[in-house]
Design a protein around this ligand. Structure first.
Ligand code: FES
Length: 327
């Protein structure tokens, strides 16, 4: 439903062309378009995958960004605490199956220029950063890809790293290696003017966020798998945590969003279709333009500039005056 320029989600059909075991619990999938070329994408983008029997999950593209590719590549780790997505990918997807996917969306793009790019990867968070490394190498930009993992065997996409033309840019920081560095020290030693990008599990994200807390916001880029634990507490403390009105300008209707309801849930209860995937303010699928309102944005995907005109329906709340959506 969004008209946000980089959030188009027109569905496509693909066939699973190849599945490769990358580690004991990570597989990569090559998805080929059934109708020829697929939409181009930029490093950092992800796609929604409609899994068998309903769930839709977002996965980062990890291949070489291309303006007109005929296939996409993703890598998925089996997560013990998953909401069902990673288990369905591992247990049910097989070579030859056809799937519906959304067009690439990019909420984690590279800066146009910087003296240095520091890419920090925690576990399976490596996937979008591999695409970034491909792109930066092609641009001739200076970068470092620091990979944090339990051991060499646990590094997702390790064969890609060691066979890439930019392998000299890769640092491995393994739990079982005495030379392991910390996220804090790498951020502290980054050249002046660097941009930092990080993706990984919750604890890793918190350490990276804290290490770069004093950096200008425009030089810090993050992509989350899940909302950090602090988010629900923040929502409860919000002055907009109670109920409020939401007005749909084009439909000329008004609805009440209850205190325990998201805007997306209120709209869907009223029969208004809303695209939701993560329901945590991460994936961008529910981002929608608004016309007015005192918005308490609680997403992790929009920039301060984007928040001036758009909000995530799954997590944002409004003050006493409610919010008017451009719907
Ligand atoms: S459903 Fe993912 S940001 Fe709202």
């Amino acid at each position: 439903m969004s008209d946000f320029p980089h959030l188009s989600s027109a569905p496509r059909r693909v066939r699973i062309e190849q599945i490769t075991w990358q580690t004991a619990d990570v597989i990569s999938l090559r998805l080929r378009g059934l109708d020829g070329s697929l939409p181009g994408w930029q490093a950092g983008a992800h796609i929604d995958i409609h899994l068998p029997d309903g769930p839709v999950r977002a996965y980062s593209l990890c291949g070489v960004p291309d303006p007109g590719p005929d296939h996409y590549e993703i890598a998925v780790k089996r997560e013990a605490q998953s909401r069902g997505g990673s288990q369905a990918v591992h247990d049910r997807l097989r070579v030859g199956m056809e799937l519906t996917i959304g067009a690439p969306r990019n909420l984690f793009g590279l800066a146009d220029s910087a003296p240095h790019h520091l890419l920090l990867a925690g576990g399976i968070g490596l996937t979008p950063l591999v695409a970034m490394a491909h792109a930066l190498h092609a641009r001739g930009d200076a970068f470092t890809l620091a990979v944090f993992a339990r051991s060499a065997e646990a590094v997702a996409l390790r064969t890609v790293l060691v066979n890439s033309p930019w392998q000299a840019r890769v640092q491995m920081h393994l739990d079982d290696a005495p030379s392991r560095r910390t996220v804090d020290s790498l951020v502290a030693e980054a050249p002046d003017g660097s941009h930092v990008y990080f993706c990984g599990p919750a604890g890793f994200m918190q350490r990276a966020r804290e290490a770069a807390a004093h950096w200008p916001a425009e030089r810090v880029h993050a992509e989350y798998f899940a909302a950090p634990p602090a988010a629900p507490a923040a929502a409860q403390a919000s002055p907009a945590a109670g109920g409020f009105e939401v007005r749909l300008a084009r439909r000329r209707i008004q609805l009440t969003v209850a205190a325990d309801q998201s805007i997306a849930q209120a709209l869907m209860a009223a029969g208004v279709a809303v695209d939701t995937v993560c329901e945590q303010g991460i994936c961008g699928s529910c981002v929608t333009p608004y016309l007015e309102g005192d918005i308490d944005h609680q997403d992790l995907c929009l920039s301060p500039q984007e928040r001036g005109s758009h909000l995530a329906l799954c997590c944002s709340r409004a003050g006493a005056g409610g919010v008017t959506l451009d719907l």
